[in-house]
Design a protein around this ligand. Structure first.
Ligand code: GDP
Length: 294
């Protein structure tokens, strides 16, 4: 299922890279490395990460005297897997463990919250703190009905911080295991959005020291370098403990995962390869690298 989900990424990488890598004979062939660089950059790996990756590949290929495409591919999987490795665990040791979900509208935040209700052990509660869009509140309520998770909400236009206050209160009272907070993601008012998220965060911190225990950012893998910019912005403004990389089923350029892990320095903790509940997977660096490179 995961391999199928990553089908497009694999096609692009595997198709082009296989063709290039199979022609590899000599680590001193500069043109060869330039071609690899081009393919990686066009797969959203990002300029800096690509440079780093290719430099390491070249150096190790020379050191080990590698002369076949097969060995080079193994080396590539190895180096990428190490680049992608990070702490993928979720801190669920509190009651409630509070997960703040952030991300730009349309990146799959609400869908991910719904999936998490099934994915995570224990009882889950939702907080509808995207009070800007009526549809966002309704969508979360729908996921609540579908998964049995209670939803704490107020009317559209209410203060997001007030909803969050209610929710933390309710989750404590009811002994809920995990409280997942949906937040606004209207990026065209970037400054306002970040101010709102910071306020929400402060309210949680004041009410429950140590919380939020996770701040998960949804990044749409089909948006390429925009996703990279979003990861930087959210990390700097609200702090991000992990990325959920979504819509990997819809892109031929899963290389964004490498750029996020390497350049932004936030671990990818979960990936999503479809709209269904079972399409959410824990991120496995080696498996991902192998899926990308065949
Ligand atoms: P939000 O605005 O960030 O809350 O985004 P939504 O959760 O509403 O998702 C936006 C759209 O993307 C919806 O149509 C979802 O069904 C779809 N979506 C979310 N995750 C995935 C995924 O992993 N793969 C695909 N193909 N679609 C997804």
């Amino acid at each position: 299922r995961l391999r199928r989900g990553l089908h497009k990424s694999r096609q692009a990488f595997v198709g082009q890279l296989n063709a290039a890598v199979s022609e590899f004979r000599d680590a001193e062939d500069e043109e060869f490395w330039e071609r690899i660089e081009e393919i990686l950059i066009s797969s959203d790996v990002g300029v800096n990460t690509t440079a780093k990756l290719v430099a390491e590949l070249e150096q190790r290929a020379l050191e080990r005297n590698i002369t076949s495409g097969r060995e080079l591919r193994e080396l590539m999987v190895d180096i990428t897997a190490r680049m992608l490795e990070g702490d993928v665990s979720l801190d669920l040791s509190h009651r409630p463990s509070v997960i703040l979900m952030v991300g730009v509208n349309g990146t799959g935040k609400t869908t991910t919250i719904g999936k998490l209700a099934r994915y995570l052990p224990g009882e889950v509660m939702f907080a509808a703190a995207d009070t800007f869009r009526a549809a966002a509140i309704e969508q979360l309520q729908l996921w609540g009905e579908r998964t049995g998770a209670p939803v704490i909400a107020r009317e559209r236009g209410a203060d997001a911080a007030a909803v969050v206050y209610d929710a933390v209160d309710a989750a404590r009272r009811e002994g809920t295991d995990v409280l997942i907070i949906d937040t606004a993601g209207r990026l065209h008012t970037k400054v306002n959005l970040m101010a709102e998220l910071e306020k929400v965060r402060r309210v949680i911190e004041r009410q429950m020291p140590g919380a939020p225990h996770e701040v998960l950012l949804t990044v749409d893998a089909t948006t390429g370098q925009n996703g990279l910019r979003q990861a930087r912005l959210f990390k700097e403004s609200v702090g991000v403990t992990g990325v959920v990389l979504t819509k990997l089923d819809g892109t031929a350029r899963g290389g964004i995962a490498l750029a996020i892990a390497d350049e932004v320095g936030v671990p990818i903790k979960l990936i999503s390869v479809g709209e269904k509940v079972e399409d959410l997977h824990p991120f496995d660096a080696r498996q991902f690298a192998e899926a990308l490179f065949g």
